[in-house]
Design a protein around this ligand. Structure first.
Ligand SMILES: NC(=O)c1ccc[n+]([C@@H]2O[C@H](COP(=O)([O-])OP(=O)(O)OC[C@H]3O[C@@H](n4cnc5c(N)ncnc54)[C@H](O)[C@@H]3O)[C@@H](O)[C@H]2O)c1
Length: 289
């Protein structure tokens, strides 16, 4: 069983001033961890910093305004964290740009594509490059969680830059997990967190969505069960529906269907019929309970 929130451990969370990152930071504080947070939102960072200081104390907290897209800044932050708190036992690369979509579309500006990739793809890479050498040298059990998205798996039309960046996070994190498990004596595991629809940022909670705390609960249980893919349901979409959507998407390649056939008018009926069938050989969390 792998523990993520361990008393006396060190949690480093990017995008920790809001939403899922903030819920994870609160969970880490409640578990008795030392905490290091980065975010670009100075006001929200100050607010969560003050709150966490009251729980863990100033000596056990590093809160910095750092852009995860900046490798030099992330390296500087990592050296500071190692010096003050020690190397992380939980590294959560969670910050993302354009969470709810930029202007969108294939002809979105080059600047937007560059920024989405710098934050969403190179952010996790920068986090791992900055912290992993110290974590390996420390030789302690640890977890690295990169936050992906269902949009990186099933690729719904509407925000190609975000979808493409999250597909890259999936590919990167699988490579990271394999690299770590091949290292002799390495007790660090990597995990891909795939949230469902979650009320974050300044959004009003709506029926159907999960709260960030539910995502963190689910993440903690999945890591305890040593799972790599942490595919979260929400109140609208159980695992079973996601499993079928992911399966259909993979079958596009095998059956030589058009790209994104799920949204192609010629496949509308076939997709609807497929969703009515059971997927053989899959077990969904809802059935395990
Ligand atoms: N909310 C959802 O429904 C949902 C669904 C799937 C995936 N996700 C993923 O969950 C993760 C957390 O997002 P959230 O929903 O909690 O959103 P959020 O907006 O509440 O939190 C994201 C935080 O990241 C920070 N951030 C953005 N760019 C940054 C940068 N360059 N450097 C440092 N910090 C930066 C933001 O200031 C913000 O505080 C993201 O990776 C997002 O893609 C969210």
């Amino acid at each position: 069983m792998t523990e993520s929130f361990t008393s006396g451990g060190v949690a480093v969370i990017t995008g920790g001033a809001s939403g899922i990152g903030r819920a994870a930071a609160r969970r880490a504080a409640a578990a008795g961890m030392k905490i290091a947070l980065v975010d670009v939102n100075a006001a929200k960072l100050a607010s969560i910093g003050a709150e966490l200081q009251g729980v863990v104390g100033a000596d056990n907290l590093v809160v910095e305004r750092v852009d995860v897209a900046d490798p030099a800044a992330m390296n500087g932050f990592a050296r500071q964290v190692e010096q003050r708190l020690g190397s992380p036992t939980l590294l959560m690369n969670n910050a993302a740009a354009f969470v709810s979509g930029g202007p969108g579309g294939i002809l979105d500006s080059n600047d937007n594509w560059q920024r989405v990739f710098a934050v969403n793809v190179l952010g996790p890479v920068n986090g791992v490059q900055a912290f992993l050498p110290g974590m390996l040298a420390a030789g302690k059990p640890a977890v690295i969680i990169n936050t992906g998205s269902k949009q990186g798996l099933t690729n719904p039309p509407g925000n190609p830059a975000y979808n493409t960046s999250k597909a890259a996070v999936n590919a990167y994190t699988q490579n990271l997990a394999r690299d770590l498990r091949e290292r002799d004596g390495c007790a660090i595991s990597a995990h891909l967190l795939i949230p469902g629809w979650t009320t974050t940022g300044d959004a009003t909670h709506r029926a159907g969505a999960w709260l960030p705390e539910q995502v963190v609960d689910y993440m903690e249980a999945a890591i305890a069960a040593d799972r790599f893919f942490i595919l979260c349901p929400d109140e609208e979409t159980p695992n079973e529906i996601d499993h079928k959507r992911i399966f259909w998407s993979a079958m596009d390649i095998i059956e030589n269907r058009p790209a994104l056939s799920r949204w192609h008018p010629d496949y509308k009926e076939a997709f609807a019929a497929f969703m009515e069938q059971d997927l053989p050989g899959t077990q969904h969390d809802e059935e395990k309970k």
